[in-house]
Design a protein around this ligand. Sequence first.
Ligand code: BGC
Length: 438
Amino acid sequence: MFLWGTATASYQIEGAVAEDGRGRSVWDTFAHEPGKVKDGHTGDVACDHYHRWSEDVTLMAALGVNSYRFSISWPRILPSGHGAVNEAGLGFYDRLVDGLCAAGIVPAATLFHWDLPQALEDEGGWLNRDTASRMAEYAGIVAARLADRVPIWITLNEPFIHMVFGYALGTHAPGRTMFLDALPAAHHQLLGHGLAAQALRAHGAGQVLVTNNCTPVWAASGAEEDLRAAEAYDVLHNRLFNDPVLLGRYPDLSAFGLDAMPALRDGDLAAIAQPLDGLGINYYNPTRVRAPGDPGILPFEDAGVTGHPTTAFGWPVVPDGLRELLTGLKARYGEALPPVYVTENGCSQADEPGPDGVVDDQGRIAFLDGHIAAVAAAMAEGVDVRGYFVWSLLDNFEWAEGYNQRFGLVHVDYATQRRTPKASYHWLRERIAARATP
Ligand code: BGC
C-alpha cells in the first residue's frame, strides 16, 4: 500500500508545554529568549493539538490519508533526560496512536524532531556523545509502549538542518554559533540514530527509517571552481548524512577543508549503518552554489536559484528537483538504497480565509500537483518510492519564523484554534481517492 500522509512535529503543534509532567525542551528555552523567534512567538500553545488531537485525527480521516507522521516529544517521556519515565507523556501518545488505528491511519513516529530535553542540553546536547546513548534509552521506552501499534519509526528528522541552524549558526535552538566546530553534532546524532535503531528493533519496532533533508545541488556554472564548490556542498548537505547510514562510511570532508569531525570509535560506523527499512527524504528545493568570492571558512557560497516561482518563505518552487533528487539517490547508492519515503514536502503561503470563509490556496495545489507528478516520474524511472507525506496537516509554529509561515492543508486561526480545511485539502482528498499511487 502506497502511504499518503501528512506530517507534523511535536513542538510545532502540541502546545501544553507545562502539562502532565512534561519537562522543558531546548525550544522552550530558545523561544522564550527575546529576539530569537520572530514577533516573540513561542510553542507554548501552538495548535493546542495536545487537547485537540482527536479533532485533528478526524480531519485526517476525512482527508483520506492512510498514514500520519508525527513526532514524540522527548521531554514529555523523560522530563529530565534520563531516569524517571513520565507515564502521562506515554499516555498521550498511547491515546493518539489508538485514535489513529481506529481511524485506519498508519502511525509513523519520529523520535527526534529537534526538541531535546533541556536537561540533556545542559550536559552538552548533541556535542556530548552520551546523548546518543540517552536517545537509545528513550527509543526503547517508547517502542516498548507503542511498537505493537506503530509499524513505522523514524529516528531523526533532518540532522543536517539541526546541526547547521542549531549548532553552527544559532538561528534555531539550542542557539549555538560554532560554525564548523558543530560537526560533532552530526556524528553524535547519527550515532544516536544507530543506537536508537537497535533499541527500537529490540523492543519490537517493525520498520526503522531515518529522515534526511536532501537537496539537488547545482553548480552556478560549468567552471571548474564552481563544480568543485557544488561537490563540497553536496558532501556537507547530502552525503555526510546519507553515506554513513547507507554505506557505513563518511565522505572525505577534509578534501574540502571541512575536517572538524570528532574521532570515531570502533563500532561507531557499524552502529550507524544498521540496515534500514526505508530512507525518509524531506524535499523543499534545490540549491545552487558557486565558489566563494572571498576565501572564507566555507568552500562554497549560495548563488540562489532564480527563474522559478517562490513560496512565502522565498523558497524556489522546482517540482522536477524532487525527481532529480530521487533518481540521483538511486544512481548514487544503487542496491544500497532502501525503499524511499518522501516524509515531507510542502510550501508556505500567506493563507487567510476570504469573505466566504474559503481559504483558496491555489498555489499550494499547483505545488503539490507538480511534486506528486515528480514522484510518479521518479517511480517510472525505477525508484522504489513507498510514501508521500505533505508538510503539513496544520498551519503551525514554523521555528524561528513563529506563526508567520503557513504550511498547512488546514488553516489555523490561532486566536480561536478554529481549523478550516483549505482548498488544497479538498484537492488532495480527491487526488488520493482517485488514485492509490502518485
Ligand atoms: C522541518 C519542519 C519545518 C519545515 C518547513 C523541515 O525542515 O522538518 O519542521 O517546519 O521544514 O521549514
